[in-house]
Design a protein around this ligand. Structure first.
Ligand SMILES: NC(=O)c1ccc[n+]([C@@H]2O[C@H](COP(=O)([O-])OP(=O)(O)OC[C@H]3O[C@@H](n4cnc5c(N)ncnc54)[C@H](OP(=O)(O)O)[C@@H]3O)[C@@H](O)[C@H]2O)c1
Length: 315
């Protein structure tokens, strides 16, 4: 029997909890820690050792997986007081699976390299259900050697592993991909709200969206939450807003003006300000409904035709 690599897991939230469970079920000797200790208890039942601190996980893990909220949380966890970088040994590897900025990944990798610790930048697509079934899609930025070393852990959590390039490329893909996802969610919210204003049944709308040639599993997956008015968090809205801001920051740094994403961000800001930040991302529909009820500054109240703008050359 092959002895599996000692593995640590930090960040046992909505995603990290089930992901760590799959690492334990795959037979890795697992040590876990979470800032809020109660979330670690389920892992104990699966044979994981629950550490008293993040540093303790670092000191016993050859491979350490992190799944925390954002750039600040990750930097705090690795380099803050009692952080894991001080406790890990040269040659050890951190797989960060959180959604963070590409620049955070390259900076963290450079600081870790000074200590001889390797970083694999591996955010994931897929929400709580694929996290539970071990069917996530990882987008990896790492050297081929580092990726080969952590492939067994990734395979325990993911259905597919995409190699995107060096550290930073995984996060660049994740940020660009989540721009599509959040845009689709905002448009779905608008489409269902528009349909409802015209007397359409949202369930019937989802049947149509699910059948026609631009279908996506997202229409029914997220649309059915609107039908049921069920906004329990799977992908918390505050993380979607964070991801939109990552996309905006990357676009500004690249000198790009992404106007659609700026509009989508406003919907998410409004939903967060209205108190929906800890609910599922689909709760953005509340912000869309609120704008539908507000006075329309452009006078598009549905009773008059919009002015026709002639775009032909000789107009
Ligand atoms: N949910 C999804 O569908 C989904 C899908 C793909 C990617 N993601 C990304 O995956 C990451 C985690 O998402 P999630 O949905 O699992 O979020 P979550 O439930 O909010 O979990 C966040 C985790 O980070 C920990 N954390 C936050 N700040 C910390 C700090 N300063 N030090 C140590 N630990 C800290 C939290 O600890 P506490 O328990 O103490 O708060 C918790 O374990 C995010 O980057 C998110 O954007 C989420």
């Amino acid at each position: 029997m092959t002895i599996k690599t000692s593995t640590g897991f930090i960040g046992l939230g909505l995603m990290g909890g089930p992901m760590a469970a799959n690492v334990a079920l795959a037979g890795f000797p697992l040590t876990v820690w979470n800032r809020t200790p109660a979330k670690a208890e389920r892992l104990r039942g699966l044979g994981a050792r629950v550490a008293r601190s993040a540093a303790e996980v670092g000191s016993v893990s050859e491979v350490l997986i992190s799944m925390v909220s954002d750039d600040d949380a990750l930097e705090d966890l690795i380099f803050g007081a009692g952080g894991v970088a001080e406790a890990m040994r040269p040659g050890n590897v951190i797989i960060d699976m959180s959604t963070t900025s590409p620049s955070c990944m390259t900076q963290v990798a450079a600081r870790l390299a000074d200590k001889g610790i390797h970083l694999v930048d591996s955010p994931v697509f897929g929400s709580t259900e694929p996290a539970l079934s071990g069917d996530l899609w990882a987008v990896v930025g790492a050297s081929p050697e580092d990726l080969a070393r952590v492939r067994p852990q990734l395979d325990a959590m993911c259905a597919t592993v995409f190699e995107m390039g060096p550290v930073g490329a995984g996060s660049a893909m994740k940020v660009a991909g989540n721009l599509v996802v959040t845009g689709m969610i905002a448009l779905l919210a608008e489409s269902l709200t528009l349909g409802r204003s015209g007397g359409l049944d949202p369930s019937a709308m989802l049947e149509v969206l699910d059948a026609i040639d631009f279908t996506s599993p997202l229409w029914k997956g997220k649309g059915s939450l609107v039908v049921a008015e069920d906004y329990a968090p799977r992908f918390p809205l505050r993380h979607a807003l964070k991801d939109l801001r990552l996309a905006l920051a990357v676009s500004v740094a690249a000198g790009l003006d992404l106007r659609a994403v700026a509009g989508v961000e406003q919907d998410f800001v409004a939903a967060a300000r209205a108190g929906h930040q800890d609910e599922d991302v689909m709760a953005v529909v509340h912000a869309v409904r609120a704008t539908a009820q507000a006075d329309d500054p452009l006078g598009r109240d549905g009773t008059t035709c919009a002015p026709v703008v002639n775009l032909t050359k000789d107009a």
